[in-house]
Write a protein that binds this ligand. Structure first.
Ligand SMILES: *[C@@H]1O[C@H](CO)[C@@H](O)[C@H](O)[C@H]1NC(C)=O
Ligand SMILES: *[C@@H]1O[C@H](CO)[C@@H](O)[C@H](O)[C@H]1NC(C)=O
Ligand SMILES: *[C@@H]1O[C@H](CO)[C@@H](O)[C@H](O)[C@H]1NC(C)=O
Ligand SMILES: *[C@@H]1O[C@H](CO)[C@@H](O)[C@H](O)[C@H]1NC(C)=O
Ligand SMILES: *[C@@H]1O[C@H](CO)[C@@H](O)[C@H](O)[C@H]1NC(C)=O
Length: 337
């Protein structure tokens, strides 16, 4: 009986330990996050820690999509000031400032907010990819002292504009359709419900070929839905791969300059002007080349058109000649008469 108790006690401790491990999406005041450690948002969507882009040795503190193992970075703190070795440390000071330090105590980056309350601050990585500093005691979003994406930013709401819709805070309304797409349910867009999203103006047809419309500065579509990647492909190979597969809807480079990220279904949760990346969206080729396309006429058609016009001309000539002669003869007759 005692043995059983011990076993259940151990099991209990293990379960609570696992729970604690799984729940690390916050950093408390004075707690440090060393290079190599990360915190993960509650729904497992985003991860925060140090990373090196492009296989360089520079270290940056940032947030990336957790579900793509090589990372698609959504936020970088020390963009202008990389750390050259792995001595970086991320820390929340007791007055609520986020700090990136290197070599022990050199401040590489700090958040601008100051904290004036008596309560303890904590930094939390939310499942939207937003990093916030708030009171430990406050659970609602109102007591946020600092955050990484602003709070009046409606584009943070997941999938706000629906499939093939893109969000921009600079526009009013914030949602619009990608080029080559139109609103699916115009009435609902009018009343500002964008969840219906957009549809293609001209449907894709693999037989006629497709083209890609480049959109710059995009927060890339959600990669949890039907996406695929390859770290070693070039952007050219990526385009070919997307062209070859009829169900591929878009592609982008995985890192700043290399790798391939491709989507095979509806594109969700995009936003513009977010200092993001280039996204190449597949559209029907006929949409791009409508005005410039030159279609050589069928030879048979040319023959028919030519012979018809020649015969028409000949007939006209004969008729004209006949009436002219008739007129001339009648005038001679009149003169004679
Ligand atoms: C953090 O450290 C400072 C100075 O060492 C101390 O005054 C403060 O109480 C600490 N805060 C917490 C939450 O431990
Ligand atoms: C990534 O690598 C490319 C060349 O491969 C280089 O031009 C670019 O500057 C690099 N970017 C960074 C952030 O190091
Ligand atoms: C890392 O670089 C900093 C200066 O950039 C230096 O002070 C520190 O000693 C270095 N640490 C290691 C482990 O090389
Ligand atoms: C990734 O792309 C490279 C280059 O095209 C290719 O050799 C490799 O097999 C691909 N890997 C996967 C897993 O598709
Ligand atoms: C296209 O890509 C999808 C997703 O990777 C795959 O399931 C499908 O088999 C591919 N189709 C062709 C024709 O390669």
């Amino acid at each position: 009986m005692e043995k059983l108790n011990k076993v259940s006690l151990c099991a209990g401790v293990l379960v609570s330990l696992l729970t604690i491990c799984a729940a690390v999406d916050t950093i408390a005041a004075n707690q440090t996050l060393k290079d190599g450690d990360t915190i993960v948002s509650a729904g497992d969507n985003f991860e925060l820690g140090f990373f090196s882009p492009n296989n360089s040795n520079n270290r940056y503190l940032g947030i990336w999509y957790k579900r793509i193992s090589t990372g698609t970075i959504v936020w970088v703190s020390n963009k202008e000031n990389p750390i050259r070795n792995t001595s970086g440390v991320f820390k929340l000071s007791s007055d609520g400032r986020l700090l990136v330090l290197s070599g022990g105590d050199t401040v590489i980056w700090e958040s601008k907010s100051a904290y004036s309350s008596r309560v303890y601050p904590v930094a939390q990585l939310l499942d939207t990819g937003n990093l916030v500093v708030r009171d430990e005691s406050s659970i609602d979003q109102e007591n946020i002292i600092w955050q990484s994406r602003p709070s009046n930013d409606i584009c943070v709401r997941y999938g706000l504009c629906g499939p093939y819709g893109t969000c921009s805070n600079n526009n009013s309304p914030a949602c619009s359709c990608l080029q080559g797409f139109e609103t699916k349910r115009p009435q609902e867009w009018f009343i500002l419900d964008w969840s219906g999203g957009c549809r293609r103006i001209m449907s894709l047809d693999c037989n006629y070929g497709e083209a890609f419309n480049k959109i710059s500065g995009m927060k890339l579509p959600d990669t949890r839905l039907n996406s695929w990647y390859n770290v070693s492909m070039t952007i050219g190979e990526c385009e070919m791969a997307c062209k070859r597969n009829c169900s591929c809807t878009a592609y982008a480079s995985l890192d700043i300059n290399s790798g391939c990220l491709a989507w095979f279904g509806d594109l969700e949760d995009m936003r513009e002007n977010s200092g993001g990346r280039d996204l190449y969206v597949k559209i029907s080729a006929s949409r791009l080349t409508d005005s410039q396309s030159y279609k050589p006429m069928n030879k048979k058609v040319i023959k028919v058109v030519l012979s018809t016009s020649v015969s028409f001309l000949v007939v006209c000539l004969i008729v004209a000649l006949y009436t002219w002669r008739k007129k001339k003869r009648s005038s001679i007759l009149i003169r004679k008469g």
